[in-house]
Design a protein around this ligand. Structure first.
Ligand SMILES: [Zn+2]
Ligand SMILES: [Zn+2]
Length: 306
């Protein structure tokens, strides 16, 4: 399973319709939170994402609308008896932030916070996927993130193996693992019966940014791009000044990167209840686009299973 739940889709200010930025990714039961604006824990409760399996929080930058939900969330998890450490990744200043978190108020967390600061280009390697930190262009130090799954082993052609004289059983597993086997003095190679490796899935999240090179490169053929889309095109100058993107700019980048799907987020409070202008402007450039809504859920299938 690879599920993305949009917990907060507003830009800078919370509104009655939209919480500040927070995106939950559930990958095979492991939860990862990308940004954690004010009120995120209640959004998690509403969306029933759970909290126990939260392994990591990835912060794009230290503007209040991306981090204020963390103090409340960690206290709740401590109250519920969490003892497993929580990893918090972010750009420079994440250690100072973690210190503030543990000094805040009269309480003692029952679990450790591992603060890890990242530079653009850093890669966190895990068993089945990696997270890459991307250089973004905002008014303070900032990062985007790409979640990139490892390539999966190719498909096993069962019939072809039988035709080559291999008996179903342990030899099948050997071949599928990439080993060669001998049958009646004849050597059969893995590549004879196992197809090419199949791509894993890729999700890119920009955080707050102008359209930029690192995002474009990381988004090449991505299954999902979640892009800053704070403003409409008539606010282009303000987008440049405040270092955000317009819906058109996000769409143009998605098109150039050939992504499968684009989600617009960080929607300015001025479009909070009606983001149709953003949607229409983006759709003229890139067809497969939606404007994120709080509580929206997307399941990301493998490309070869569509
Ligand atoms: Zn923001
Ligand atoms: Zn910001």
């Amino acid at each position: 399973m690879l599920r993305v739940t949009f917990l907060g889709t507003g830009g800078s200010l919370p509104t009655p319709e939209r919480n500040p930025s927070a995106i939950m990714v559930n990958r095979e039961g492991e939860l990862m939170l990308f940004d954690c604006g004010e009120g995120t824990q209640q959004q998690m409760m509403r969306a029933k994402t759970g909290m126990k399996a939260l392994s990591s929080i990835f912060i794009t930058h230290f503007h209040a609308d991306h981090i204020l939900g963390i103090p409340g969330l960690i206290q709740t998890m401590s109250f519920h008896g969490r003892t497993e450490p929580l990893k918090i990744y972010g750009p420079h200043w994440v250690h100072e932030f973690a210190k503030i978190l543990s000094a805040l108020g009269y309480y003692k967390l029952r679990f450790e916070i591992d603060a890890i600061d990242l530079n653009p280009g850093d890669i966190i390697k895990r068993d089945e996927y990696s997270i890459m930190a991307l250089k973004t262009e905002h008014s303070i130090p900032s990062l985007g993130y790409a979640l990139i799954e490892n390539e999966r082993i190719g498909k096993f052609n069962r019939q072809k193996a039988i035709d080559l004289g291999v008996q179903p059983g342990p030899l099948f597993s050997k071949l599928h693992r990439g080993e060669s086997v001998e049958v009646d003095g004849k050597l059969i190679h893995s590549k004879d019966v196992v197809g090419d490796g199949r791509p894993g899935r890729k999700i890119v999240y920009t955080g707050d940014t102008r359209p930029c090179k690192a995002i474009l490169e990381a988004s090449k053929d991505a299954d999902l791009l979640i892009h800053d889309s704070t403003l409409a095109s008539d606010q282009q100058e303000w987008a440049i000044e405040s270092m955000h993107s317009t819906a058109q700019e996000a769409a143009a980048l998605a098109k150039e990167a050939n992504v499968l799907r684009l989600v617009l987020t960080h929607i300015s409070s001025r479009y909070s209840d009606d983001a149709s202008q953003l949607f229409e402007e983006a759709k003229d450039i890139f067809e497969k686009v939606v404007v994120a809504e709080d509580m929206m859920e997307l399941d990301i299938p493998y490309k070869d299973k569509k």
